[in-house]
Design a protein around this ligand. Structure first.
Ligand code: NDP
Length: 466
C-alpha cells in the first residue's frame, strides 16, 4: 500500500488526462485530477474550444450549401439566414453538457477532481493553488506515487504591432458580433478549417499564408486541390503573404501586408501554431527535461527523465490529435496499473495515424504523401481519381472530389490514401483499419464497392496515374 495521498496525480482535465484518470481509477488506483477550470471546464481544448465546437460550426456552415444546392433537387423558397446568437447558445449548451458528462464519468470512476492550478514541487510532491471560500488565494499540498502531466497546449501568436487586436481559436467561437469580414492568418489545420467554416457561415474570408501552399506536410496534390476548392467556394486565399501590422480604425481592423497592400476586417484570427502548456508547472524545480517550445520530453513509455513523472498529449508537442492523446493515456495506465481484465497491455503506434481536416470540402488522409512514399520506398505506383460527385450533377455545385492511393510497388502494399471531398474523414477511417492490417492493392481490387458512393472509387482504381 502506497504511503502517498494518491497513486496517480493527473494535471490537466483534457482528453489525455481525463482518459488516464478514469481508466486508472477503474483499475483500483487512487487518483486525483487537477484542472484550473474545475468540473465546469473538463474536456480540455477538444471539448471546449477545439474539435467539438469546430465540428458543430462546420455542420452549421454546410447548411448554407445545402440550402443553396437544394434548388436543383426541386426545393423552392428563400434561403434561410443564420442566427449567430442561436448557434453560439446551442453550442454552449452542448459543451456544458459534455463538461458535466466528463465530470460524472470521473466521479463515477472514483477520481477526486480538484479545482486549481497544480505545481510539481518534487518527484512525488505537488501544490495546488486554489481559492478559499472567501475568494482569497489558498493552497493544498499532495503527494503521489506517479504524476501525469497532461496540460495540453495553447495558441501561439507571434509578436507584431497590433497583436492585442487579434484573436485565436480560443475566442472565435464566442465572437460578438458575427464577423462580416474575417482575416485568417496561417495555413495549418486550424486556419484552413476556420477559413472554410466562416466562409460557409457567410463571412467574407481572407486567408493569409506565408508559404507557397497551405497545409505544409500533407500530400502536395491534396494541398493544391483543396486550396483550389476553397477558393472556388469563396475564400480569398493569398499565398506568400506576411502581415506587417494590425491597426484599429473607425472602419474596422486594418491589416497591412508586406508589399503595402491592406485588408480590412471585423476580426483577425491568428492560427499560427500551438505551444505546450508548461508555464508554472515547476518542471525546472524537479528537473524534467524539456524540448522545443518547452515541450515535455518523454521516452517510448511516456516517462520523463524523472521516473515518477509521465506526460501525454499536446504538452509533449508530437502529434497534436485527441485520439493520439487518448491512446497514449491508455498505454501509461496499462503500464502503471496493469491492463483491463482479460486484455493484453495496449501499445501505441504512430504509423498510419489517420487524420481529417474539416475544410470545405474535407481532407481525409492516412499514411504517406506521394513525396514521402517516393523517398521511403523508391518505387511507388500512384492511382488517382478526380470527379464530380453524383450529388453535384443536380446541386449546381462545381465542387470536385480527389482520391489518391499510393502503393509500394515492391510489396503491393497501400502506403498512402488521400481524399479531398465530402465526408472524407468518415470515409478514410475505415480504410485506415485496412492499411494498419497491411492491405495490398490486390486486396483493395478484390473488395466489392458500395454503389453509388464516392468511397467505392478507392476499390475501383485500376489504371495507375504514374
Ligand atoms: P499548424 O502547426 O498546423 O499550422 C500553423 C500554421 O501557422 C502554419 O501554416 C505555419 O506556417 C503558420 N505559422 C507559424 N508561425 C507563423 C508566423 N510567425 N507567422 C505566420 N504564419 C505562421 O498549427 P494549427 O494552429 O493550425 O494547429 C495546431 C495543431 O492542432 C495541428 O498541428 C493539429 O495537430 C491540431 N489540430 C487538428 C485538427 C484536426 O484533427 N482536424 C484541427 C485543428 C487542429 P508554415 O507552414 O510556414 O510553418
Amino acid at each position: 500500500m502506497s504511503t502517498h495521498d494518491f497513486d496517480l496525480f493527473v494535471i490537466g482535465g483534457g482528453s489525455g488526462g481525463v482518459r488516464a484518470a478514469r481508466m486508472a481509477a477503474q483499475r483500483g488506483a487512487r487518483v486525483a485530477l487537477a484542472e484550473t477550470l474545475g468540473t465546469d471546464g473538463l474536456g480540455g481544448t477538444c471539448v471546449n474550444v477545439g474539435c467539438i465546437p469546430k465540428k458543430l460550426y462546420s455542420y452549421a456552415a454546410h447548411y448554407a450549401d445545402a440550402a443553396h444546392e437544394s434548388h436543383g433537387f426541386g426545393w423552392e423558397g428563400p434561403a434561410p439566414t443564420l442566427n449567430w446568437g442561436t448557434l453560439k447558445a446551442n453550442r454552449a449548451t452542448e459543451i456544458s453538457r459534455l463538461n458535466t458528462v466528463y465530470g460524472n464519468l470521473l466521479r463515477g470512476s472514483g477520481v477526486t477532481v480538484l479545482n486549481g492550478f497544480a505545481r510539481i514541487d518534487g518527484e512525488h510532491a505537488l501544490t495546488l493553488a486554489t481559492l478559499n471560500a472567501d475568494g482569497s488565494p489558498g493552497h493544498q499540498s499532495y503527494t503521489a506515487k506517479h504524476i501525469l502531466i497532461a496540460t495540453g497546449g495553447t495558441p501561439h501568436v507571434p509578436h507584431f504591432v497590433g497583436r492585442e487586436h487579434v484573436i485565436t481559436s480560443n475566442e472565435i467561437f464566442d465572437l460578438e458580433p458575427f464577423p462580416q469580414r474575417l482575416v485568417v492568418v496561417g495555413g495549418g489545420y486550424i486556419a484552413s478549417e476556420f477559413a472554410s467554416i466562416f466562409n460557409g457561415l457567410g463571412s467574407k474570408v481572407t486567408q493569409l499564408y506565408r508559404g507557397e501552399q497551405i497545409l505544409r506536410g500533407f500530400d502536395d496534390e491534396v494541398r493544391h486541390f483543396v486550396a483550389a476548392e476553397m477558393v472556388k467556394a469563396g475564400v480569398d486565399l493569398r499565398l506568400g503573404t506576411d502581415v506587417v501590422d494590425v491597426r484599429k480604425t473607425a472602419e474596422g481592423l486594418r491589416v497591412e501586408l508586406e508589399g503595402g497592400n491592406t485588408v480590412m476586417a471585423d476580426a483577425v484570427l491568428y492560427a499560427t501554431g500551438r505551444v505546450p502548456n508548461v508555464k508554472g508547472l515547476g518542471l525546472e524545480t524537479v528537473g524534467v527535461a524539456q524540448g522545443k517550445q518547452g515541450a515535455v520530453v518523454v521516452d517510448a513509455h511516456y516517462r520523463t527523465n524523472v521516473p515518477s513523472i509521465f506526460a501525454v498529449g499536446d504538452v509533449t508537442n508530437r502529434l497534436q490529435l485527441t485520439p493520439v492523446a487518448l491512446g497514449e493515456a491508455m498505454v501509461v495506465v496499462d503500464q502503471l496499473f496493469g491492463p483491463a481484465a482479460g486484455k493484453p497491455p495496449r501499445s501505441m503506434s504512430y504509423e498510419f495515424v489517420p487524420t481529417a481536416i474539416f475544410t470545405h470540402p474535407n481532407v481525409g488522409t492516412v499514411g504517406h504523401s506521394e513525396a514521402e512514399a517516393r523517398e521511403k520506398f523508391g518505387h511507388i505506383t500512384v492511382f488517382r481519381s478526380e470527379f464530380k460527385a453524383l450529388k453535384h450533377t443536380l446541386s449546381g455545385s462545381s465542387e470536385r472530389t480527389l482520391m489518391k492511393l499510393i502503393v509500394d510497388t515492391a510489396s503491393d502494399r497501400v502506403v498512402g490514401l488521400h481524399m479531398v471531398g465530402t465526408e472524407a474523414g468518415e470515409i478514410v477511417q475505415g480504410f485506415a483499419v485496412a492499411m494498419k492490417a497491411g492491405a495490398t492493392k490486390a486486396v483493395f481490387d478484390s473488395t466489392i464497392g458500395i454503389h453509388p458512393t464516392a468511397a467505392e472509387e478507392f476499390v475501383t482504381m485500376r489504371e495507375p496515374a504514374r
